[in-house]
Design a protein around this ligand. Structure first.
Ligand code: CU
Length: 540
């Protein structure tokens, strides 16, 4: 039986009438009153995720220093903790890794424990739990809950949940304009300029039943890695919704000079909405396990975490005990943790992607009422279907390249689609953007396949392969950083687009056109490049 229940932040209209939000604000205010070097301060916790305040982090000339963040709140840059302390605790967040979900679960637990301490000290409820922001919820829940944009607390003091540097999907200084571009959000908000495109934040990642993958097909939870703070291939849940929500909520200042806090890993933990976004990501993982019945890895290298392999350990400050060390094993079994969520149903209901594809491909499948049965291929065979021949510079309103298909592999892929049946599931097809580099974390790139010349992207959603937010690209592109500036990789499941091309006989070609459409015009100094666009098939 869980001791604590995390609830929907939109309860009671998402205002301070929702006592979870009111007490969160009180706790955040107490933590913000402490100094940077205090392990129980708001600033220390933000730096655990990532920071641009130590000399080591500021070596990257494209870093946006904490000293330049416009207040409120006024973000302190001194006093730094002792170096041994910040080396142990700061810059831990795991991205592009199968540790993404378990590391962030522990991070949320530690922050929640600290906030609960503050609340208890100030006479609030001892059962307080961190609320979550379910931007996929009904009505206008794609909007940020109003408690995060109110200028003041009920007593008239400044609202600690409202930072200046939060600009939303329209890159606007108007705090009323902070929302997540889900399909409902896009429909109900001001029209997007038609030469650009806002790729939707979706729940498609919830349909992937396998947790761990590799750099080409990272699956639901991400590729197997060691301790991985930046670079690498983002897993399906990490890429969309996680990265896209960060970038849509953070945005950039209207003149482009200030990144929204949420858009950059080394700034994101400073914005109080961060933890409600991550609580929702954590809830989706729990739902994927508990409601959909999908298993976490049983591999000891996942269970024991990177410390068992000689890497850094996952460690958090913890009120009363000082320091808490944890592993993915401690985080993975949701039913054994001391908290739960008020809603673990899979948002949008169950979806069987393979069954949907079989219907679209015209295969005869067994239909029982509204339920369709078809198994998911568990195969490990991954094969390159084709790749672009040269690196791609993405500037202005976008870029275009060709992916050359290898005739023999393309024929095998076509054959798999032609003979698709319950007993012979079609290949999955995955498009990779490899070594994406640049200096603008706030950018979103939308990837279209065979978009006709001069066509408006918004009129061709059926050709959208997917969308990626460049959350973390500045650090991942720094030559003197952890991975030599190799950049980020993204993997988009394009099976449904390929099925349509196949049915329209457009797959029978020696190449596919790939068009990159940004969500906002790209400035030259952002230096966004894609090393290679490649396409893989994953079959039985
Ligand atoms: Cu995050």
């Amino acid at each position: 039986m869980a001791d604590f229940t995390r609830s929907n932040a939109w309860k009671n209209g998402g205002t301070f009438d929702n006592k979870d939000l009111y007490w969160y604000a009180i706790g955040v205010q107490a933590m913000m009153a402490r100094s940077l070097d205090n392990t129980a301060s708001w600033w220390f916790f933000a730096a655990i995720h990532g920071e641009y305040v130590t000399p080591e982090s500021l070596k990257n000339p494209r870093a946006f220093p904490w000293s330049e963040i416009p207040g409120a709140p006024a973000v302190p840059i001194v006093p730094l903790p002792a170096k041994a302390t910040y080396i142990t605790f700061w810059n831990q967040c795991q991205h592009g890794s199968w540790y993404f979900l378990p590391w962030h679960r522990g991070y949320l637990l530690a922050l929640e424990a600290q906030i609960r301490e503050e609340i208890k000290t100030l006479g609030g409820p001892s059962t307080w739990a961190l609320p979550y922001w379910n931007y996929f919820g009904p009505a206008q829940e794609y909007d940020i809950p109003p408690a995060f944009t109110a200028p003041t607390l009920p007593n008239g003091s400044p609202n600690p949940l409202l930072p200046i540097a939060r600009y939303g999907p329209m890159n606007s200084a108007d705090q009323a304009n902070i929302w997540v571009a889900t399909e409902a959000g896009i429909q109900n908000h001001p029209p997007i300029p038609t030469d650009l495109f806002y790729g939707p934040v979706t729940l498609d990642s919830m349909n992937q039943p396998i947790f761990a993958g590799d750099n080409r097909v990272p699956e639901f939870g991400g590729p197997q890695t060691g301790f991985n703070h930046s670079s690498g291939t983002h897993g399906d849940l990490e890429a969309n919704p996680h990265d896209l929500v960060h970038v849509y909520v953070g945005g950039t200042s209207p003149d482009g000079s200030v990144p929204g806090l949420m858009s950059v890993p080394a700034l994101a933990g400073l914005d109080p909405i961060f933890y409600l976004h991550h609580a929702n990501i954590d809830r989706l993982w729990a739902s994927w396990n508990v409601t959909l019945g999908n298993p976490n890895p049983t591999d000891p290298t996942w269970l024991n975490g990177p410390a068992a392999g000689g890497n850094q350990e996952f460690v958090m400050p913890w009120p009363g005990i000082g320091k808490w060390i944890y592993t993915p094993r401690d985080m993975g079994n949701f039913n054994q943790l001391d908290y739960t969520y008020d809603d673990l149903t899979r948002p949008g209901g169950a979806v069987n992607v393979i069954a949907e594809r079989l219907v679209n491909l015209g295969a005869a499948i067994k239909v029982e009422g509204s339920k369709m049965s078809a198994s998911v291929p568990e195969g490990k065979n991954i094969e390159l279907v084709g790749a672009s021949l040269s690196p791609l510079r993405v500037e202005g309103e976008g870029a275009h390249t060709l992916v050359r298909l290898q005739p023999e592999v393309r024929r095998q892929l076509t054959a798999s689609l032609e003979k698709a049946a319950v007993s012979s599931p079609p290949d999955r097809v995955i498009l990779n953007l490899e070594n994406v580099r640049g200096t603008r974390d706030t950018q979103i790139l939308n990837v279209f396949i065979n978009l006709p010349p001069n066509a408006k992207p918004a009129e061709h959603p059926e050709l959208l392969a997917g969308s990626v937010g460049l959350f973390g690209i500045t650090d991942a592109s720094f030559e003197l950083g952890d991975h030599g500036g190799e950049g980020l990789n993204f993997a988009l499941d394009i099976s449904k687009v390929v099925d349509k091309l196949h049915l329209g006989s457009a797959l029978d070609s020696d190449s596919l056109g790939v068009t990159i459409v940004p969500n906002k015009t790209i400035a030259d100094e952002d230096q966004i490049t894609i090393g290679k666009v490649s396409i893989f098939r994953k079959g039985l």
